[in-house]
Ligand binder design. Structure first.
Ligand code: SF4
Length: 353
């Protein structure tokens, strides 16, 4: 970086000027930017080492021509949002909860994004007032909906006033008990997390959770840690959400440091996602066997507080499935073979003499 940044980088020329894309690679970055949204906040840009072409933060945000290689198994809606959308902006995949996607804008655009065909300036946009009315009417008319999850896009790009409008509307729906926000803002734009925003996340009579998205321990910089502390101090329980990504966190030490970092920030490790089959993201994907080995490497070696659930969103919209390798396998004789944290196996119940 030649000088400290004060605003989000959005164009190939800005990336070149900031030293994040070599001048000779400008055309490749421009070809990607013409297809998929680009944004790198100052907080993330200053974490990227421009001298390291494999920088794990840069890899998440700097456009890469590899994104234009679309593989046959990849799909525009990898987790089947659209096939489970009863009204615009709502995804009702499981009985007791819905996603409410009020906005399809993000403070940063992740190169591996599972909704990359829906987010950004050319994406699905922000719900109109009428569409928002229909979304809340759907929630109100389905008493089985216990939890509403605001996602997008990133709901925390909305102003506190707009957020408060959303939470106040939920406050009036008795059967909704839990309001959850999924966001990258506490990490990538931590200065947004101020008292007004925190107050707006709370809905009268409901419990608010915030799921914080980060993928590398360096993202949990002092400002991000302070933003998490402001949320936690305000009594908002925090959960983590990460994606297992080749070249970013596919390393036992990095993954352990990330999970420990979350716990230090009072963010409970929750989901570690296997990367979805989003278009042009093949260079981020590892095999499930590799993912299982990485997740197994956390077990026992680091605190039980630091263990996320490794999940796959089944393509087609069939929901999440935990995919960690089982630690107890039933043998043909009915005895279980149980694997300890060193990888050694033990029969259960143990043999009697
Ligand atoms: S913040 Fe979430 S929705 Fe937005 S680009 Fe990143 S992964 Fe996609």
């Amino acid at each position: 970086m030649t000088q400290p940044l004060s605003r989000t980088l959005r164009t190939p020329d800005e990336l070149v000027a900031a030293g994040l894309v070599p001048a000779g690679a400008r055309e490749g970055a421009a070809a990607v930017a013409a297809r998929y949204a680009v944004a790198i906040t100052p907080a993330m840009a200053q974490l990227i080492d421009p001298a390291d072409p494999d920088d794990p933060i840069g890899r998440q945000f700097v456009p890469d021509p590899a994104e234009l290689r679309i593989l046959p198994e990849e799909r525009p809606d990898p987790i089947g949002d659209l096939s489970h959308s009863p009204v615009e902006g709502v995804v009702h995949r499981y009985p007791d909860r819905v996603l409410l996607k009020a906005v399809h804008v993000c403070p940063v655009y992740c190169r591996f994004c599972f909704r990359r065909e829906m987010v950004g300036p050319q994406g699905l946009g922000t719900l109109s007032p009428e569409a928002l009315d229909r979304a809340f009417a759907y929630v109100a008319s389905h008493p089985e909906i216990w939890e509403v999850i605001f996602t997008g896009g990133d709901p925390l790009v909305l102003s506190p006033r707009r957020l408060a409008e959303l939470t106040e509307r939920l406050a009036g729906i008795g059967h909704v008990r839990i309001v959850r926000f999924h966001s990258r803002v506490p990490v990538v734009e931590p200065e947004r997390v101020d008292a007004a925003l925190i107050a707006a996340l709370k809905a009268s009579g409901k419990t608010t959770y915030v799921a914080v998205h980060a993928n590398h321990p360096r993202e949990l910089a002092p400002a991000a840690r302070a933003a998490c502390a402001r949320l936690a101090d305000a009594g908002i329980p925090l959960l983590s959400q990460s994606v297992l990504l080749k070249g970013v966190n596919d390393d036992p030490e990095i993954l352990a440091a990330l999970m420990r970092g979350f716990v230090e920030c009072r963010v409970q490790p929750y989901y570690l996602h296997h990367p979805d089959l989003a278009p042009g993201t093949g260079h981020f994907r590892l095999s499930i066997a590799e993912g299982q080995a990485l997740v197994a490497s956390l077990r026992g070696r680091i605190s039980g507080l630091c263990q996320p659930t490794y999940v796959l969103d089944i393509p087609g919209g069939h929901g999440k499935a935990p995919i960690a390798a089982p630690f107890a396998v039933r043998r043909a004789d009915g005895v279980y073979e149980v694997t300890d944290y060193t990888g050694a196996t033990h029969p259960y119940p143990p043999a009697t003499d």
